[in-house]
Design a protein around this ligand. Structure first.
Ligand code: CMX
Length: 133
């Protein structure tokens, strides 16, 4: 199975601009804000060497991020792994009965294709698989 690297760590925040200012005050470079309509979030990325942190703010009370913050508070939300052949991996997982949130790829940031494995399968960690389009 073709897994390349940890693509990013996702952090749920209430107010994206306020979080951006915090990370900037720590000397970090933060990208412009991007809206991902399909996920009902606004995101910004922090590049640290070859690694990235994704800050996520909900754009609707229906957003998974809004529900997460309501239940658990702000903080680390998911771990994203860069893969090749996302469709094939999802089909294989499905065949093996692995609990998926997305059975087919959806649209993520920067044109990435993304899909989530359910945190109940991974002992409480929400895993995102992503593939460069
Ligand atoms: N990490 C670990 N566990 C999580 C979690 C997370 N991020 N989010 C929810 N859970 C747990 C809950 O604590 C709950 O566990 P318990 O039953 O033990 O209390 C369980 O999962 C069910 O959670 P819930 O609050 O009832 O919420 P839902 O079932 O409505 O949704 C989930 C949970 C993971 C299916 C949903 O958040 C989802 O579909 N996430 C994937 C999409 C997403 O997160 N999008 C935003 C990011 C987009 C991006 O990166 O671009």
């Amino acid at each position: 199975m073709d897994m390349e690297k940890i693509d990013h760590v996702g952090i749920a925040v209430r107010n994206l601009q306020s979080s951006i200012n915090i990370y900037k005050s720590l000397g970090m470079k933060v990208s412009d804000i991007e809206e991902i309509k399909e996920q009902k979030v606004n995101v910004a990325f922090i590049d640290i060497g070859k690694n990235r942190i994704e800050l996520l703010e909900p754009t609707s009370p229906e957003s998974a991020i809004a529900k997460f913050i309501e239940k658990k508070g702000e903080g680390i939300h998911h771990l994203a792994i860069r893969v090749k052949n996302l469709k094939t991996i999802l089909a294989e997982y499905q065949e093996r009965g692995i609990r998926l949130i997305d059975k087919t790829p959806r649209a993520g940031s920067h044109g990435l294709k993304i899909a989530f494995v359910h945190p109940k399968y991974t002992d409480g960690v929400l895993l995102e698989l992503c593939e460069k389009a």
